[in-house]
Design a protein around this ligand. Structure first.
Ligand SMILES: Cc1ncc(COP(=O)(O)O)c(C=O)c1O
Length: 314
């Protein structure tokens, strides 16, 4: 599995505190009602934010996306963004966390156990932290992907820009990938075009062009947006340009390099897809430069990007 989560990290995320509706409680025993509509129906939304050197990366875009997800689902956030920021800051302080991940969940809340959303009247906020890197992979080892038969949810079923607690098709796709001996899945859209991974976006390079699928039909991630900006600034190498366009498996199989991007994965190179080696099977130069530039950006003071999450198609 690509999420080679060390035992220590599992112990780590249960350590310390979580924040439930503004109360700081031990993470190991923090709980939500069995009648919570997110537990019963996946009726909730979430964000995962990376924290490096005590600094939360792109907190504002994450909270804006959380707000948009809530708005789409007609869930009223129980606290405002300033309050949530204060809770996160306090939680990081209590957990003495400087490197790790913060997860913010808003559920429709506790209600009568029927799916009628009107029966859940009080949305719930849960913030937790994970103090260790989400994914560890030895240097030089890339991600092995498999193309799953399970498709990305199309906008006519559920808008993919909503980061909801309902990721069952992503989980089934991941199970398919694991069964195929891969680390993770590539999910196609209903037309058979490349969409994204269960929790990451994908790029491929041919010559001096990087391509990534368009932002409609996927969750166009904050890391993807950051990478688009880094490429535009020349961080992937001089002369490299990036386009957002419809891509098929052919575009991945024939690429000189393929990499994935996401809050959990960072920038990671893809070694193979469906057992076919990508490029020469090692990390390509654009991936390496972008990985370094992204790592540098995370550690830089005042690097909070002003990202516009409604991207223009190239
Ligand atoms: C479906 C999906 N795509 C892409 C991403 C990557 O988004 P971000 O870079 O904002 O973490 C995520 C993150 O969890 C996701 O859930």
């Amino acid at each position: 599995m690509s999420e080679n989560v060390p035992e220590a990290a599992v112990a780590e995320y249960k350590r310390g505190f979580a924040c439930v509706d503004g109360e700081f409680v031990p993470a190991a025993t923090a709980s939500v009602s069995i009648f919570d509509h997110s537990f019963l129906y996946g009726d909730g939304v979430f964000e995962t934010i990376i924290c490096r050197g005590g600094r939360l990366f792109a907190l504002r875009p994450h909270l804006d996306r959380l707000w948009a997800s809530c708005q789409y689902l007609q869930i009223t956030p129980p606290y405002d963004q300033e309050q949530i920021t204060a809770f996160i800051t306090e939680l990081a302080k209590r957990n003495e966390l400087s490197d790790g991940y913060v997860r913010v969940v808003i559920s429709r809340g506790e209600g009568y156990p029927v799916s009628d959303p009107r029966k859940a009247l009080k949305p719930k906020l849960v913030i937790s932290m994970q103090g260790a890197p989400a994914v560890t992979r030895p240097p030089g080892v890339g991600v092995k992907l498999a193309i799953a038969s399970t498709r990305r949810t199309p906008p006519i079923c559920l808008e993919p820009r909503v980061k909801s607690n309902n990721y069952l098709n992503h989980i089934v796709a991941k199970l398919e990938a694991i069964a195929a001996g891969a680390d993770d899945a590539i999910m196609l859209d209903l037309e058979g075009n490349v969409a994204e991974l269960p929790v990451a976006n994908i790029f491929a390079r041919h010559g001096d062009t990087l391509a990534t699928p368009p932002s409609n039909g996927i969750l166009a991630g904050i890391t993807r947006e950051t990478v688009l900006r880094l490429v535009a600034e020349g961080a992937a190498g001089p002369g490299l340009r990036v386009v957002q366009r419809v891509m098929t498996a052919y575009d991945l199989f024939t690429a000189a390099e393929v990499f994935i991007v996401g809050t959990g994965s960072g920038v990671a190179f893809v070694e193979s897809i469906d057992g076919r080696r990508i490029g020469d099977g090692t990390m390509g130069p654009a991936t390496e430069r972008l990985m370094d530039a992204y790592t540098e950006l995370l550690g830089r003071d005042g690097a909070e990007p002003d990202l516009q999450l409604t991207t223009k198609e190239a």
